[in-house]
Design a protein around this ligand. Structure first.
Ligand code: PMP
Length: 458
């Protein structure tokens, strides 16, 4: 493919003219001269159209778990495309890759999640869940159990139902969201909501907010609670250890289904196949996507527990829901090859025993920085919270400005990190070595210095 300044200028102009990007301010993008064009990637590095080599400490969008340039995944796609490039899974048909992947996922997932419904994206998975759960309660003779409870700052996707499940105020400000039947409670975000409580006491208080909401709505109307084990796109909010056991207990007490969204945390990110293992969770339903194929092809899976699936099977009647690409054979074949790589290369053990603890240690080194209020991580996902006043956990004004400045300094220095409000977020490929962590953290430290200057702190 042609690269260099000539093609870069042409691509940027054409992109700005014709291409509406996700989550983008189109006016600002045009004024800033258009997009960065990524043309190639290998291992943990991206190359842009001007030949810059960039360390990808975000694994794309938290998804390229096995890193870029895996010939084995390309081969799996090629072979499956030759054998059977497409067939659907509607109308009593199936394909070998979709069957094999369903079996493999149920063997890996937490106990009881023995059934799989496929889609192409995390959003589709969560929309599927909303429809399936409401259908389940109707079949159980409790059609009034319709309401979903989620958290502020949650991200569950961009479709109407998944964005309603999400707790992103900016998203809710557009298009009349959330839809009726979606309620939100305080997230287990000690840095912002913890006030004078200890993290553990705050974790219990945040769990109680779930109980209070169930009681306010009426348990007979609450279908399910949904939460990411760690709220990723909301800023890598890692709950105090007291939070999840209490939420799980409350869900059981009021007969509310527990949905654990592992779209980011699945497939090794936290040093386990699923973060549910770390928190001792037994979800009724668990959506998966991203790392399932390491982002090489679009695929999602709703893992459905015996309780819900048994009712669907016992009661019968068609579930009027599905996608053309549910169980796409090429995507499933790539997912199987991707799971092979994760297992064969011991990537989960590597995160748990080596790189996860090392990332935690290196991030801790940043705690003494004048604009760092908190560092947090689990496995290979972490955040560095920037603030104006460490002692009082006071944010910069306006919130989000320092984050963008710091992110731009990082990218300008050749490392992709992300800013969520003023939290600098890291979520690299699971093949990251200690030297890559050093490079990312040292670049972040230099960027923090520059950000402190830009914000008038030095
Ligand atoms: N759930 C979570 C936890 C996510 O982080 C995301 C995407 N970042 C989604 C769902 C939606 O996935 P998709 O973008 O594939 O629709």
């Amino acid at each position: 493919m042609q690269t260099g300044s000539n093609s870069t200028a042409r691509w940027k102009a054409s992109d700005t003219r014709h291409h509406l990007h996700p989550f983008t301010d189109y006016k600002a993008l045009a004024e800033e001269g258009g997009s960065r064009i990524i043309t190639h990637a290998e291992g943990v590095h991206l190359t842009d159209s001007e030949g810059h080599r960039i360390l990808d400490a975000m694994a794309g969008l938290w998804c390229v778990n096995v890193g870029y340039g895996r010939r084995e995944l390309a081969q799996a796609a090629f072979d499956q495309m030759q054998e059977l490039p497409y067939y659907n899974t509607f109308f009593k048909t199936a394909t070998p890759p979709s069957i094999e992947l369903a079996e493999r996922l149920t063997a890996l997932a937490p106990e009881g999640l023995n059934h799989v419904f496929f889609g192409s994206s995390g959003s589709e998975a969560n929309d599927t869940i909303v429809r399936m759960v409401r259908h389940y309660w109707a079949l159980e003779g409790k059609p009034e159990k319709q309401v979903f409870i989620s958290r502020e700052h949650a991200y569950h996707g961009s479709t109407m139902a998944s964005a309603s499940l999400g707790g992103q105020a900016a998203m809710h400000g557009q298009g009349g969201l959330p839809l009726p039947g979606f309620e939100h409670v305080m997230p287990p975000y000690w840095f912002d909501y913890g006030d004078t409580l200890s993290p553990e006491a705050f974790g219990e208080a945040a769990a109680r907010a779930v109980e209070d909401k169930i009681l306010a709505i009426g348990p007979e109307k609450v279908a399910a609670f949904i939460g990411e084990p760690i709220q990723g796109a909301g800023g890598v909010i890692i709950p105090p250890e007291s939070y999840w056991p209490e939420v799980a207990r409350i869900c059981r007490q009021y007969d509310v289904l527990l949905i654990v969204d592992e779209v980011i945390t699945g497939f090794g990110r936290t040093g386990h196949w699923f973060a549910s293992e770390h928190y001792g969770l037994k979800p009724d339903i668990m959506p998966l996507a991203k790392g399932i194929t390491s982002g090489y092809l679009p695929l999602s899976a709703v893992m459905v527990g015996d309780r819900v699936a048994d009712t669907l099977v016992r009661e019968g009647g068609e579930f009027f829901h599905g996608f053309t690409y549910s169980g796409h054979p090429v995507c499933c074949a790539v997912a199987l090859a991707n799971l092979d790589i994760i297992k064969r290369e011991g990537l989960i053990e590597k995160v748990q025993n080596e790189t996860g603890p090392y990332l935690a240690e290196r991030l801790r080194d940043l705690s003494d920085h004048s604009i760092v209020g908190e560092v947090r991580s689990l496995g290979l996902v972490g955040a560095v919270e920037l603030c104006a006043d460490k002692a009082n956990r006071t944010h910069f004004d306006p919130v989000g400005k320092a984050g963008v400045i710091c992110r731009d300094h990082c990218i300008g220095s050749g490392v992709v990190l992300r800013a969520v409000r003023d939290a600098m977020v890291i979520s690299p490929p699971l093949i990251f070595e200690k030297a890559h962590i050093d490079e990312a953290v040292e670049t972040l430290r230099r960027s923090l210095d520059l950000t402190a200057q830009d914000m008038g702190m030095i």
